[in-house]
Write a protein that binds this ligand. Structure first.
Ligand code: FE2
Length: 211
């Protein structure tokens, strides 16, 4: 019987542990036919990458708080934090892909994000609810401040696509999340009003004086 002949040189073994040279350096741009000059693309990639690093950090902080939250509002905050983390994850994708669309290289890995972010790092320890919310609100404000500046700059540079991402996605979502969080720091009666406490029980409606 004739021996089966191999029709290739391979033996089915994948080529493992490979490292090629980077195909594009961080901070360098490739050119796509976008009718947008290099200065505009470069400036916007820089801004978008900063918003991205801060947004990744904010999303991670939401997950930390989601896991570590405590106290009587545990259930609602546990769910709210996770909802906001999901929305921030969607924003991360919008920002990173916007950088790539402009021909840049998006920041991606945790060690690079940690170097770049301007958000104060929380400790590994578990913190109380007011501290958790305060940290989140401060992070949101940092993101919003840069997103507003970036949106204005994008318009000046003729990059309306980046302006749209920053205004319609980043600013609108962060503003909404700030509202939901801030209301958790408002002190107010839960079971009875202050008046009820003074009268030592159920507050009675005032009666009209008899004629
Ligand atoms: Fe979870």
């Amino acid at each position: 019987m004739p021996k089966a002949r191999s029709n290739g040189n391979g033996n089915g073994q994948p080529h493992l542990k490979q490292r090629g040279k980077p195909i594009q350096g961080y901070g360098k741009l490739v050119r796509y036919p976008l009718a947008l000059d290099e200065k505009a693309r470069s400036k916007m990639c820089e801004t978008l990458n900063q918003v991205l690093a801060d947004t990744i950090t904010l999303r991670d902080m939401y997950k930390k708080h989601h896991w570590q939250v405590s106290g009587p509002t545990f259930y609602s905050l546990h769910l709210l934090y996770d909802e906001h983390a999901k929305e921030q994850t969607a924003l991360i994708d919008d920002l990173a892909e916007r950088v790539q669309i402009l021909g840049g290289v998006s920041i991606a890995m945790a060690h690079d994000v940690a170097e770049m972010t301007r958000i104060e790092p929380p400790p590994r320890d578990r913190e109380d609810v007011p501290t958790q919310i305060s940290r989140l609100l401060e992070a949101h404000e940092l993101v919003l401040e840069l997103a507003r500046e970036g949106a204005e700059r994008a318009s000046e540079l003729g990059d309306e696509g980046s302006n749209d991402v920053l205004v319609s996605d980043i600013i609108r979502t962060n503003e909404m999340q700030v509202w939901f969080l801030s209301e958790h720091l408002v002190e107010g009666p839960v079971v009875h009003t202050g008046e009820a406490a003074k009268t030592g029980g159920g507050a009675r409606p005032e009666r009209r004086a008899a004629r």
